[in-house]
Design a protein around this ligand. Structure first.
Ligand code: HEM
Ligand code: HEM
Length: 179
């Protein structure tokens, strides 16, 4: 095993705080309360900070490091299909697609949530429905995200959830590392 430090403390704190805030609003808060609104704004603020960190943070935190391309995504699909052992030190192309999807979806949830509190859109049904549909889409995406993380951990032999806690990816010696 070779140890590669990849996730800085901000990324890890961001990830697990976002998990907590999203779960709180999707499951626990009274959706008609101001607590629900503040928790939602906290999630949106975290993502705003993450967007800045994606420009100025360390290498693997940068969007430029993991912007997915169709050819890279296809190569990952081929890796999965052929059992080839390639380990990305940063996010994988398919992982990056999911990450961008989650970030944009949660921002849109925040935007439609805010709209519901304005005079112009208060009580407007399509805005409420959009908020609900986006939450449903985020929940479905999260199920796929977690399943993919478990799948990729087993396939590549790298414990990805542990890396998101410790910041360090432990890569088996027989794997090809993609920097
Ligand atoms: C509300 C639920 C969740 C949301 C919204 C979410 C969102 C995200 C986001 C935005 C990232 C990108 C991190 C970054 O670069 O800033 C990410 C990565 C990651 N998440 Fe989650 N996540 C959720 C739940 C989970 C859970 C429960 C696990 C553990 C099983 C998990 C494991 C990971 C891992 C391992 C990565 C890094 C993947 C890689 O190595 O490329 N996530 N997640
Ligand atoms: C992580 C972000 C958020 C999540 C996961 C979330 C989730 C939800 C859910 C599950 C509902 C219930 C939908 C239904 O069944 O009718 C809801 C309703 C609502 N949310 Fe959010 N929300 C978030 C952010 C926000 C924000 C930022 C605001 C406003 C500032 C907001 C305002 C509202 C309002 C006004 C309702 C309708 C309350 C009602 O009449 O029942 N939400 N949200």
């Amino acid at each position: 095993m070779t140890r590669h430090p990849v996730w800085d403390p901000f990324i890890r704190l961001f990830h697990w705080s976002l998990v907590g805030l999203f779960a709180a609003n999707a499951v626990f808060t009274d959706t008609e309360s101001t607590l629900h609104e503040w928790v939602g704004y906290a999630a949106v603020s975290l993502i705003a900070l993450r967007l800045v960190w994606g420009l100025i943070g360390p290498r693997h935190a940068r969007f430029a490091d993991f912007m997915p391309t169709p050819s890279a995504a296809l190569r990952q699909v081929q890796d999965i299909a052929t059992g080839r052992h390639r380990v990305h030190l940063g996010h994988t192309p398919l992982g990056a697609l999911m990450i961008l999807n989650l970030l944009v979806t949660i921002l849109l949830i925040g935007a439609t949530g805010y709209m519901m509190t304005t005079n112009t859109f208060w009580g407007v049904e399509w805005v409420e429905e959009m908020h609900e549909v986006l939450v449903g889409w985020a929940e479905l995406s999260i199920v796929v995200h977690i399943a993919a993380v478990i799948w990729e951990s087993i396939r590549t032999g790298v414990n990805l959830p542990r890396a998101m806690v410790s910041g360090v990816k432990s890569v088996p010696d027989d794997a090809t590392v993609v920097k």
